[in-house]
Write a protein that binds this ligand. Structure first.
Ligand code: SAM
Ligand code: SF4
Length: 386
């Protein structure tokens, strides 16, 4: 069942926003979007091409970042990601096995992939997550291994992950209030997440980030609280726009908060904040004077970052997605299980990335033409890997 656009019925609806009305547009890519220049990527393409094989597309983009959903299972039920009940999990035997994932990482690294991110579902519920991190970190060519987690099981695992070679940890946490956490994730656990964050900071991971999905009327009054976390800790707190990837379509329920509005609010709160440097997706990034960390805003919905996309997505059931918005998938699992060679796997990877459409707007239009605006082959970000 879909939550109707801008009506009641949203699990987050009770609190009122400090702002005026702001809802998601019909299309995930409103008119007037800006394209990120591709110059950097062309330069990198040329540099990589001179060293051998690379994954590239018809638009000059080079793909060196593989995001792997290791499972579609999760211990939480975030309202914008999964339904509360009746989740259609994939059968276990359809999910990639540890050795299959590691083999794919090996092939991908030979095609120029340098960065791996494990995600899900919740990667920390995967029994072999430490071995996966270790295997990826030891794969020749792989430079950094990252993981995105809800953090509930981090305490106790963070040390093993660090020793296995994990470089970057992104912890998803949408609120600093226990009752809001319960409402948003439909589970308890905020204390465990905060304890996991403390442990990660003690272990000196080179990169620790907190991902906050910005939700109007729910956490838009927590800018100050999250910014305070950056005072002593060298972390980046990133406010991310809600995206249309849940079967219940909560993104249409009036909780969408744009980067533009959030940045305005943030600058009013911190008029002395300085512009800082960040990753390609961290479109607006600031440092409050005297703070060790930074605050970033990611316009994942209102602005196309497609021109500088470097990402390849591997779903938990072994399909390659060349774009979050595309519904075309390129199967690798059956190839692996039917004796496919590394060359054959590499061919599928090359084809998948070569056929990437120019931008997500085009990919989404094509998906809509196939299925209608509310239809989706995948019901949740857990299946694609956020
Ligand atoms: N379970 C892990 C976690 O929550 O970090 C990893 C998987 S989760 C799908 C990865 C990221 O996607 C999380 O930061 C989550 O907040 C984000 N996400 C999920 N659904 C989203 C949506 N509809 N819009 C924006 N971000 C979403
Ligand atoms: Fe689970 Fe992450 Fe989705 Fe929340 S966002 S339900 S933690 S997969």
């Amino acid at each position: 069942m879909h939550v109707k656009a801008e009506t009641g019925g949203s699990p987050l609806q009770e609190e009122t926003s400090a702002w005026g009305r702001e809802s998601a547009a019909e299309s995930a890519f409103p008119a007037g979007l800006e394209q990120t220049p591709q110059e950097d990527h062309r330069r990198r393409a040329v540099a990589l091409q001179s060293t051998g094989s690379v994954l590239q597309d018809r638009f000059g983009r080079v793909f060196d970042y593989l995001r792997i959903a290791v499972t579609d299972r999760c211990n939480l039920r975030c309202v914008y990601c999964m339904p509360e009940e009746g989740v259609n999990f994939a059968a276990h035997e359809t999910l990639l096995r540890t050795e299959e994932i590691l083999r794919l990482i090996g092939v991908a690294s030979q095609l120029g992939v340098r960065k791996i991110r494990f995600t899900g579902g919740e990667p920390l519920v995967h029994k072999d997550i430490v071995a996966l991190v270790g295997g990826a970190a030891q794969t020749p060519g792989i430079q950094t291994v990252h993981l995105t987690t809800n953090g509930v099981f981090l305490r106790g695992l963070a040390g093993s992950l660090r020793r296995a070679g994990l470089y970057g940890l992104n912890i998803s946490l949408d609120t600093l209030h226990a009752e809001r956490f319960q409402k948003c994730t439909r589970r308890a656990g905020i204390e465990a997440v905060l304890a996991g964050l403390d442990e990660a900071l003690e272990l000196d991971f080179p990169s620790v980030k907190i991902n906050v999905v910005a939700l109007r009327g729910f956490n838009d009054d927590e800018l100050r609280g999250f910014a305070a976390l950056t005072q002593r800790a060298p972390i980046t707190v990133r406010f991310i726009e809600l995206m249309p990837f849940d079967a219940h379509q909560i993104w249409r329920s009036g909780h969408f908060a744009s980067t533009q509005t959030l940045v305005k609010l943030f600058r009013e709160l911190y008029p002395n904040c300085e512009v800082a440097e960040g990753s390609a997706t961290e479109h607006r990034i600031f440092q409050i004077p005297g703070h060790a960390g930074r605050v970033a805003f990611i316009p994942s919905y209102t602005r196309s970052l497609c021109g500088s996309c470097t990402r390849i997505r591997l779903t938990a059931d072994g399909q390659i997605r060349n774009c979050l918005y595309s519904e075309k998938e390129y199967g690798l699992r059956d190839l692996l299980r039917n004796g496919g060679s590394d060359d054959e796997v590499a061919r599928v990877l090359r084809q998948a990335m070569w056929e990437k459409l120019e931008d997500g707007r085009t990919a989404q239009r094509q998906a809509w033409e196939r299925r209608g605006k509310n239809g989706s082959a995948r019901e949740s970000m857990t299946q694609i890997g956020g």
